[in-house]
Ligand binder design. Sequence first.
Ligand code: BDR
Ligand code: CA
Length: 334
Amino acid sequence: MDDTKKKKVILDVDTGSDDAVAIMLAAMSKELDILGITVTWGNRPVDNCVENTLRVLELLGREKEIPVYRGCPQPMVRYLTKQRNAALEKDGISIVEDGVEYSVHPAYLNLPKAAARAQPKHACSFLTETLLASEEKVTVIPVGPPTNIGMAFRMEPAIADHIEEVVFMGGAVDMGNITPCAEANFYHDPEAAKIILDSGVPCRIVGLNATHSAELNLDDAKTLKKIGTPAAVFAGELIEVRVDALKRMGNGNGYSDAIHDALAVACVLDPSVITDERLLRCDIDINGGASDGQLVVDRRMGSEPDENVKSRVVMKADKEKFFGMLCERFRGER
Ligand code: BDR
Ligand code: CA
């Protein structure tokens, strides 16, 4: 596809098992022009996430074309007040059995050590410079704690005029995963999420309601592995790793799990994967209590969105369509 017709995107990741699938989906979709991948902390410390991101790009042979930028190693402000983390009993991503760690997000993805390196520029500088210089509006896809993007808004609020849409993986309308109310990405940097939501840029929120409505399972993993390309095989392995780790932790159903971040990319590629989406007033709790970091969605009768409301909340997605997209792209069919 002619580069000028491609949708310009920037991915912001904390790679991460499901981030890895998201990166592969984006990188193997010819209709996207990935201007860069910015990396933050979250699933693991930022340096692990950078290394994991580079490993994934090398698996695809795309490390020379897609620049990677190291970003913020911690949230904007949340750790300044330690007591705000009281609701967080445990991180819930790993368990150690007989000295072996089983994790939904292994410290390092099971791929060869990367030879490539991140760019010398800081992720936030890359974001502000690239967005301000872009004549065409860019879609920004944060699928980790949105620290880098929140910081970029603080550095240069004018980036808002250059953003087509921010498509988050974050938040939950009903039930959180890291605390009873909060989803991990928004919990880890609620101020950053709030800055972006309040900025007035169009936002699409792909939260836990959506991602769990389109879980992938062990049979899907088998199908992917049979496809046989490096991306398909690795995505199949990652589904297995996630399901196994959750089962060992006494969590999940032992058969399927949400591959959260990849669904956010799928929504950018083809919004028809969304089967239920609502334009609603959204806020983030930053008050430090039991619901700290919660996405607060106003669903009351009579609270119909006015023209200032720019948040589209994805509630459900079409699992078969989502899985079909992954198979098609990982086969290299587009
Ligand atoms: C989100 O948190 C991270 O663990 C995942 O990569 C995903 O982005 C799900 O709550
Ligand atoms: Ca993530």
